[in-house]
Design a protein around this ligand. Structure first.
Ligand code: HEC
Ligand code: HEC
Length: 334
């Protein structure tokens, strides 16, 4: 008994399928008759508006119906009228149906609960999140997941394709910080050569950008200290200054690397960086302050005090915390 309705349904579906291949398309149902609407009504003017909204929101081409094929089964070699719009074979269509439900809930549910909303208040559309992208995931995440499935070469290629396709719009953030974030993700995966390749790609893409160059400088310096300590740093740093734009070298370039080591609990390595930075920027108080902090972390209050004193001597007018910290340390010794 239990299975009977199911069997009956399939019979009806088969009959319906046979019927629709021969039945003439009703005038009020272009590309119809519609047999698989689960969210929308069968009204063409609504359907058309929603389908065109899909194209706009996801940045798909309208010409020749090409963009419709992102979700629907068919081919550019056959006429649009013959495509199988009712089919749910494509995953994108199934995702899109869920999106249609979600957008409806947002507009007719959550937003309509705001009492001051009027007829003219803005509605959420596909564009609100997708902004002309087929998938709204931010660039570093898109690329990182591409990396996980397809490797570094494919990821570089994907970046170039996306940049080519989307650069004019503001769908993706193509500023330097995106590839820097991607490199950090690859570093988390311990894929060091690949992370460096991405940072180099950033420099190739933004040859004038100090922050892109800084990305490489920091990474190379960090790896050098990680693997060969001070010797490593002394070996690579002059090469870096020869290869990268002057703007990449400011006192906080290496300082950040030192603080990353501090954050990871690698105080000795941080100290290597800070000491070297003091050498490179002898007139700046910043590197000395960082060094004082590293000494504090190791419990060497005497050295910390002497560094803070040196720092105040360099820049008596610097921010208050330095003087306050020094007072505190001196007090604790009395
Ligand atoms: C982003 C995905 C997406 C795009 C792009 C898209 N559609 Fe759809 N389309 C859907 C979804 C989802 C449904 C089902 C809606 C429902 O269940 O109520 C649908 C349903 C339809 C239907 C009704 C099918 C049936 O028999 O039930 C037609 C006709 C249709 N679309 C035509 C088009 C045309 C023409 C284009 C291009 C101009 C287009 N669609 C672009 C997702 C899309
Ligand atoms: C509130 C934000 C939001 C809105 C509005 C929205 N989407 Fe999405 N959409 C997402 C997110 C987030 C994902 C990624 C889901 C995932 O991959 O887990 C996504 C994924 C998709 C995908 C699958 C992409 C892929 O690569 O697998 C399609 C197709 C899609 N959306 C279509 C639409 C359509 C059509 C609309 C408008 C009717 C729409 N979306 C409105 C947030 C939104």
């Amino acid at each position: 008994m239990k299975y009977k309705p199911v069997a009956l349904t399939s019979v009806i579906l088969i009959v319906a399928a046979t019927a629709c291949s021969t039945a003439p398309v009703p005038d009020d149902q272009p590309y119809g008759p519609y047999t698989n609407l689960q969210v929308l009504s069968g009204d063409w003017s609504e359907l058309e508006e929603v389908m065109l909204g899909n194209l706009r929101g996801l940045g798909l081409r309208r010409t020749g119906g090409e963009g419709c094929l992102h979700c629907h089964v068919g081919s550019m070699q056959t006429s649009m009228e013959t495509w199988d719009y009712a089919s749910d074979a494509k995953r994108n269509k199934r995702s899109a149906r869920q999106m249609l439900r979600m957008v409806k809930n947002i507009n007719e549910g959550h937003l309509s609960n705001l009492p001051w909303r009027t007829e003219n208040s803005i509605q959420v559309t596909c564009y609100t999140c997708h902004a002309g992208r087929t998938n709204p995931t931010p660039l570093p995440d898109v690329l990182a997941s591409h990396y996980d499935s397809a490797g570094i070469d494919a990821t570089v290629q994907r970046y170039e394709e996306l940049r080519e396709r989307y650069y004019e719009g503001d769908a993706y953030d193509f500023r330097e910080s995106s590839l820097i974030r991607l490199a950090a993700k690859l570093q988390d995966r311990e894929a060091h050569d690949d992370a460096l390749r991405i940072l180099e790609l950033n420099v190739e893409t933004h040859p004038q950008s100090a922050s892109a160059h800084r990305g490489v400088v920091r990474y190379v310096a960090e790896r050098a200290v990680e693997t060969d300590g001070e010797t490593g740093l002394r070996a690579v740093y002059p090469q870096l200054t020869a290869r990268h734009v002057a703007g990449a070298f400011v006192w906080f370039t290496l300082d950040r690397v030192g603080w990353d080591f501090m954050g990871a609990g690698k105080v000795a390595r941080a100290m290597t960086i800070f000491n070297y930075n003091v050498e490179v920027y002898p007139d700046h108080a910043g590197p000395v302050n960082s060094l004082a902090n590293a000494y504090l972390r190791t419990g060497d209050t005497t050295e910390a005090i002497s560094k803070l004193e040196a720092s105040l001597e360099l820049r008596p007018d610097q921010s208050q915390w330095v003087g306050e910290l020094l007072e505190e340390l001196l007090d604790s010794r009395r």
